[in-house]
Design a protein around this ligand. Structure first.
Ligand code: 5GP
Length: 206
């Protein structure tokens, strides 16, 4: 087991910006010992094809509220009238084992993590434009027209929170967006302030 703790990466962005696809690619290209994706809990109903325990842990409102009470969530937020939250135990276990963890969560949740774990890295994923976003949401076919409009109207205000993040990635071309995200992860691991004590030992310096 590695002595070094893993790093927490928080990824947010408007619905349909392609966060999920980017995270999936990051996972496919990484060793499970290096990178883990946190599976959130939610009270929203599963969409077609979503698997309990893989996409989300699907819970009732009562079960979710019990989890809040128990202190089992690293953060949680109400998004579109449903609860979403990050189970704390899994994240802790991975970080302790030296594995980086990605949280793909909304802005409210991200800001809560910023308060409780300010050392985390915050990445904002943007769609190339509002037009492209609208097409993507409609193309996904999982939302009613009303829900698409609700999400779009939220997008504008969401983007204005970008200044609270450390990095941004515009998901115009998927391969480039994934490469940019990987570059951010790499850069975070090369920070002198984090790694220098361990490194200097190899040089007989302090
Ligand atoms: P969806 O219902 O489309 O899967 O997700 C809706 C929103 O909830 C997305 O912005 C997603 O990032 C966010 N979300 C998913 N899991 C969590 C979580 O554990 N905590 C918070 N705060 N937001 C989450």
């Amino acid at each position: 087991m590695s002595e070094k703790r893993g790093k927490l990466f928080v990824i947010s962005g408007p619905s349909g910006a392609g966060k999920g696809t980017i995270c999936k690619r990051l996972m496919e290209d990484s060793d499970p010992e290096d990178l883990a994706l946190s599976v959130s809990m939610t009270t929203r109903k599963p969409r077609e094809g979503e698997v309990d325990g893989v996409s989300y842990f699907f819970k009732t409102k009562e079960e979710f509220e019990q989890e809040i009470e128990r202190g089992g969530l690293l953060e949680y937020a109400a998004v579109y009238e449903n609860y979403y939250g990050t189970p704390k135990a899994y994240v802790e276990e991975k970080l302790k084992a030296g594995t980086d963890v990605i949280l793909e969560i909304d802005i409210q949740g991200a800001m809560n993590v910023k308060k409780s774990r300010p050392e985390s890295t915050f990445i904002f994923i943007l769609p190339p434009s509002m037009d492209v976003l609208r097409k993507r949401l409609i193309g996904r076919g999982t939302e009613t027209e009303e829900a698409v409009e609700l999400r779009l109207s939220k997008t504008k205000s969401e983007v204005s929170h970008i200044r609270d993040y450390d990095y941004y990635v515009v998901n115009d071309d998927l391969d480039r967006a994934v490469a940019e995200a990987k570059a951010i992860f790499t850069a975070e691991h090369q920070k002198v302030e984090d790694g220098v004590s361990e490194l200097l030992k190899n040089y007989g310096a302090e």
